[in-house]
Design a protein around this ligand. Structure first.
Ligand code: PLP
Length: 427
């Protein structure tokens, strides 16, 4: 029995499924999750001492690579001055100022502890500011696990969302409308019918939770247009794409203006930090300046703030995102060429440092249905093959991959060489 197998067995005695977030359990791909001992740069080291080139990057935050010495030093130094005060610190202002300086439409920002809290609070703000209850989201987008967002489309009925988890009240799901991603017509149609009841649209401007699906031209623009026409707020959920697709996320890359932006992952540099921020006229309505309630014991905690500040300092070094995108392109090109050589049908998407591979004959993948039609069995065999070769991909075919600044050309070439071997034995 490997050490990971032993640790997984132990964990299951005390933690539901042995994990604190379901996808970590490897249920989608089968087998035993790796228990991680430590990480450095582009690499994870498991409890059995094996090294992996990591493309999960803690699901996005580690854009600098793991355990960047400057971030670690800042965290250690800050920790010695205290872990949490429950009172304001200058560090919160510094990180908030940095975010407001970088993001063109962010006048004010509030820190929270996770992406889930960021989107949940942004939706409360949109509902409070508009006095409306309904929200629009998209199939295949994930915005965390708050009740209003764990809702899927009902069968054909535009108005009736269906809880995607027991425990979500059907009466609450009624307020969530789920439309098809990249389908501007369905959004226009929905707003034509009930635009004056809709508080907001929330969307991943590059979807990273149904593999990696960038927006088709005109989609994000259409969202902005209908929101303006009907007095609804546009919430761009950049928890994943923020500081990943570009310095100013997907909205900077595609030139779309958000009313509220939600952030997480990279802005905490690996510590639990989320944020929602945006236009002053909305953000001022949050307590204590306004009546819309939102709070948090550990929000803006100093260790998270310094990890975020140090990370944001480093990603703003000249050429950071150009280099990161080049690395992603090197990987994508190499993988596609290797698959072609082996006769394995493969399609890829990428945006900045986010990427996704699809085992499909379709030349382009732009929507949820296409993602669902991909060959999951083949992905699972590919995943395990790559794991054997020392490459750690997300343990599910519907997750985006992430490049970090720590991945060298040699790491990327080694990944492609591993894929060649695995493709050759993939049926
Ligand atoms: N929004 C997006 C786009 C995400 O990808 C995620 C998590 O993956 C979340 C929100 C939720 O963030 P968290 O897991 O920090 O609660």
């Amino acid at each position: 029995m490997s050490k990971s197998e032993q640790l997984f067995s132990d964990a299951q005695q005390y933690i539901p499924g042995g994990v604190n977030s379901p996808v970590r359990a490897f249920r989608a791909v089968g087998g035993t999750p790796l228990f991680i001992d430590r990480a450095e740069g582009a690499y994870l080291y498991d409890a059995d001492g094996k090294r992996y080139i990591d493309y999960v990057q803690s699901w996005g935050p580690m854009v600098l690579g793991h355990a960047h010495p400057d971030v670690i030093e800042a965290v250690v130094e800050q920790a010695q001055s205290g872990l949490s005060f429950g009172a304001p610190t200058e560090l919160e202002t510094e990180l908030a100022e940095e975010l407001c300086r970088v993001w063109p439409n962010m006048d004010l920002v509030r820190f929270v502890n996770s992406g889930t809290e960021a989107t949940m609070s942004a939706i409360r703000l949109a509902r409070g500011a508009t006095g409306r209850d309904k929200i629009v989201k998209f199939e295949g987008c994930y915005h965390g696990h708050s009740d209003s967002l764990l809702v899927k489309a009902g069968s054909g009925a535009l108005t009736m969302g269906v809880p995607s988890s027991p425990g979500v009240p059907a009466s609450l799901a009624d307020h969530t409308i789920t439309l098809a991603y990249n389908d501007a017509e369905s959004v226009r149609d929905c707003f034509a019918r009930m635009g004056d009841e809709i508080a907001c649209i929330i969307v991943e401007p590059v979807a990273g939770n149904m593999n990696c699906i960038p927006p088709v031209p005109g989609f994000l623009e259409a969202l902005r247009e209908v929101c303006d026409a009907h007095g609804a707020l546009l919430i761009l959920d950049e928890v994943m794409s923020g500081f990943r697709v570009s310095l100013t996320g997907a909205q900077g890359h595609f030139g779309v203006d958000a009313d509220i932006t939600t952030l997480g992952k990279v802005i905490g540099g690996g510590m639990p930090v989320g944020a929602f921020g945006g236009k002053r006229k909305y953000m001022e309505q949050i307590a204590p300046t306004g009546p819309i309630y939102q709070a948090g014991t550990l929000s803006g905690n100093p260790v998270g703030m310094v990890a975020g500040l140090e990370t944001l300092r480093l990603v703003q070094e000249p050429g950071f995102y150009e280099r990161l995108t080049e690395k992603t392109e090197r990987l994508v090109k190499g993988m596609l060429a290797a698959a072609k050589e082996a006769g394995v049908p493969l399609t890829a998407n990428h945006a900045g440092s986010m990427f996704g591979f699809f085992f499909t004959d379709e030349p382009k993948v732009t929507n949820y249905q296409q993602v669902m039609n991909c060959n999951t069995e083949r992905f699972n065999r590919f995943f395990h093959g790559m794991l054997d070769e020392g490459v750690y991909l997300a343990p599910a075919s519907y997750e985006a991959g992430f490049m970090s600044a720590a991945h060298s050309d040699e790491d990327i070439d080694a990944t492609i060489a591993a894929a060649k071997k695995v493709f050759a034995r993939l049926d």
